[in-house]
Write a protein that binds this ligand. Structure first.
Ligand code: 13P
Length: 253
């Protein structure tokens, strides 16, 4: 049993007051969910606050990105060891906003994945196609290429302690969710691709879906055989929504 993971990606949102309210509500409602882990990936400056509020609760903490480099002269970069120092379990790498706005190429994403892994973090590797790529029917080659870059750099065994998130770019923040069947098809493609290299790693790999997940569509999405939870953007900023999404995962765990 892979279990389910529901991870909030707060992106560049939050302040000390709003975070406290949100984190306290999440902590109070989502501890002890059988078969489901909840996580929040908060902006770097709030990691200390989140670590302190979540304390020893079962809610895990993550960074939204990580430097591909170690300690040193890399102004503005946050290393994987720093994330680990603040209690992070996860680090998102290759989010489409990092790829498209900040220019993170496949090789950079692979280096970030490796840096996170080396520090003992669990990378959440985001993969996904743009609308144009879907319309020209190259979804599988795009997602496959993004995944191959990581496998080439870190080996397929590295996926035994990693999470993959399929996030179609056209579904992020648009209110346009991939249908459960559309998402399932790509999730199955990812799992089969990994299975050709290592069946055991593939069967244990959590593959999350991300892109306009809400309480109203989570049960159906999480009911698909290869969807192991969600990476949640906008809805993770609203306590009731995020908690309801976690409960949807419990229903499908
Ligand atoms: P939304 O849930 O806001 O569409 O964002 C998804 C996402 O990008 C999570 O990483």
């Amino acid at each position: 049993m892979r279990g389910k993971l529901v991870a909030g990606n707060w992106k560049s949102n939050g302040d000390l007051v709003a975070n406290r309210r949100l984190l306290e509500q999440i902590k109070a409602s989502v501890s002890s969910m059988p078969g489901v882990e909840a996580a929040v990936c908060v902006p770097y400056p709030y990691l200390a606050q989140a670590q302190q509020i979540l304390g020893d609760s079962s809610v895990a903490l993550g960074g939204q990105d990580v430097s591909q480099f170690g300690l040193g002269a890399y102004t503005g970069a946050v290393t994987s060891t720093m994330l680990a120092d603040f209690g992070c379990k996860y680090a998102i790498v290759g989010h489409s906003e990092r790829r498209s706005i900040f220019g993170d190429l496949d090789e950079v994403v692979a280096a970030k994945f490796e840096a996170a892994r080396k520090a003992g973090l669990v990378p959440i590797l985001c993969l996904g196609e743009s609308l144009q790529e879907r319309e020209t029917e190259i979804t599988e080659s795009v997602v496959g290429r993004q995944l191959d870059a990581v496998i080439a750099a870190s080996g397929v065994a590295s996926l035994s302690r990693a999470v993959v998130a399929y996030e179609p770019v056209w579904a992020i923040g648009t209110g346009k969710t991939a249908s459960p069947a559309q998402a399932q098809a790509v999730h199955a493609f990812i799992r089969n691709k990994v299975a050709r290299l290592d069946a055991e790693v593939a069967s244990g790999l959590k593959i999350l879906y991300g892109g306009s997940v809400k309480a109203g569509n989570a049960v159906e999405l999480f009911g698909q055989p290869d969807i192991d939870g969600g990476l949640i953007g906008g809805a993770s900023l609203v306590a009731d929504e995020f908690i309801a999404i976690c409960r949807a995962a419990v229903a499908r765990a």
